[in-house]
Design a protein around this ligand. Structure first.
Ligand code: RFL
Ligand code: PHB
Length: 390
């Protein structure tokens, strides 16, 4: 088999990249480890930045997102028994939209297949070959277990944190920088009516809690927990009593309902430098991870896809290598801005048992500053709604 760009991974990064390339007249084939049904039902992110909403609409992918996703013009921060509304519209003139990642994935998969795009699902043993030559290839087994080879001009490694692409860069040619937090998120989906018109981030003595939504009758809620907790340690009644305590506010009730999905993930910050080697370009979680508190991971993966598609377009149309050469630097300028923001949101909202009493007071003063200073609120809102790509 042969194509121009071999893309490993059909997450938001790989799918957006493939769609953008198609619009530029560049061919690609996506190899995906999971089945279509699996990637279209894996529960992950929920927040789309304003420029991603615009991009989806411009690319003709936004119809369902505009109908089913909820526009959010602000968020609520809760701490010390008080609630504060940050009005994104007023502070930045922009809004975000809450629309589940797997719905974005469904919309792009449908568009790619409708346009005749090739996505090979349920592949295994994906191996990158000759990435430091002008003729890279990807060896893999197809869904029937038959050994195949995809020859291409370039490889886009969009295979998430655990995929093989980053590992294909020789260890001495890359630097990995990371923080592993002592906190985990227990995420649930519950069939319960919406309790709040906007997201609530709560810093509570018992730990962080985040109230989000998926539809008027399905709520998405996260609790800070020990990342080593087995899921069995969290029966439904314990989850609800903890959520009721962490969101408690006079005159307001958190509606409850059957929990139909729950899982625990650890929080990490991670960056691989550089994001390219020979003819391999990493995009999305394969190159960088942010803790989910800032809601940035999917948006960053899409941003990498835009940068890479433009660089490939310049190479194919004008044989101009400059943008490809600058790929890492262009991406990392945004990545580090978002790493800082996600680290800040994470430390701002999580209970930190390692803090001294003095540090705890500073922590609360920081929260108070963010909601009481217009300049501080604006600085936070500006990154929350998203930094557009030039
Ligand atoms: P993905 O989505 O992990 O996709 C990678 C794909 O590669 C496939 N793959 C392989 N395919 C072939 N061969 C192999 N050997 C392969 N190995 C792996 C995988 O099956 C998969 O389909 O990476 P991508 O595209 O870079 O996208 C990144 C985002 O998924 C991620 O950053 C976000 O989900 C993070 N995130 C959030 N991001 C936001 O922008 N807004 C949010 O509100 C938000 N909330 C979250 C989040 C992540 C969370 N978790 C689960 C960590 C909330 C949570 C709880
Ligand atoms: C979500 O809806 O999944 C969500 C919202 C905000 C975040 C993280 C996740 O910060």
């Amino acid at each position: 088999m042969r194509t121009q760009i071999g893309i490993i991974g059909a997450g938001p990064g790989g799918l957006f990249l493939s769609h953008l390339l198609h619009r530029m007249g560049i061919e690609s084939v996506i190899l995906e480890r999971h089945s279509r049904a699996d990637i279209e039902s894996t529960i992950r992110a929920g927040v789309l930045e304003h420029w991603v909403i615009d991009l989806m609409n411009r690319m003709g992918l936004g119809e369902r997102m505009m109908r089913e996703g909820r526009p959010d013009h602000g968020v609520t921060f809760q701490f010390m028994g008080r609630r504060h509304h940050l009005d994104f519209q007023e502070l930045t003139g922009k809004s975000i939209r809450v629309y589940a990642q797997h719905e974005v994935v469904k919309d792009i998969v449908a568009a790619r297949l409708k346009d005749g795009g090739e996505i090979l699902f349920s592949v295994s043993d994906t191996t990158l070959q000759n990435i430091d030559s002008e003729h890279p290839s990807i060896a893999f087994r197809d869904a029937n277990g038959v050994q195949q080879k995809l020859d291409c001009d370039f490889i886009a490694g969009c295979d998430g944190f655990h995929g093989p692409s980053r590992q294909a860069i020789p260890a001495k040619a890359r630097k990995e920088l990371d923080i592993e937090y002592p906190w985990g998120w227990l995420g649930i989906l519950a069939e319960a009516p919406r309790s709040s018109e906007e997201l609530i981030y709560s810093n509570h003595d018992r730990g962080f809690a985040l109230l989000s939504t998926r539809s008027p009758m399905v709520q998405r809620i996260y609790l800070q927990v020990d990342p080593h907790d087995p899921i069995e340690a969290w029966p439904d009644d314990r989850i609800w009593s903890e959520m009721q305590a962490r969101f408690a506010f006079p005159g307001w009730t958190l509606s409850e309902g059957p929990i139909f999905q729950k899982s625990i993930v650890g929080l990490r910050s991670f960056v691989c430098e550089p994001m390219q080697y020979g003819r391999l370009y990493l995009a999305g979680d394969s190159a960088h991870i942010v803790p989910p508190t800032g809601a940035k991971g999917m948006n960053l993966a899409i941003a990498d896809g835009i940068v890479l598609s433009r660089a490939l377009d310049a190479w194919y149309k004008r044989k101009d290598k400059a943008l490809l050469g600058a790929y890492t630097d262009t991406c990392l300028a945004r990545v580090w801005k978002y790493e800082r923001f996600s680290w800040y949101m994470t430390t701002l909202f999580h209970r930190n048992d390692a803090e001294t009493a003095f540090e705890r007071r500073i922590h609360l003063a920081d929260l108070d500053f963010v909601v009481s200073s217009r300049a501080a609120s604006t600085a936070l809102a500006e990154v929350y709604v998203g930094v557009p790509i030039d």
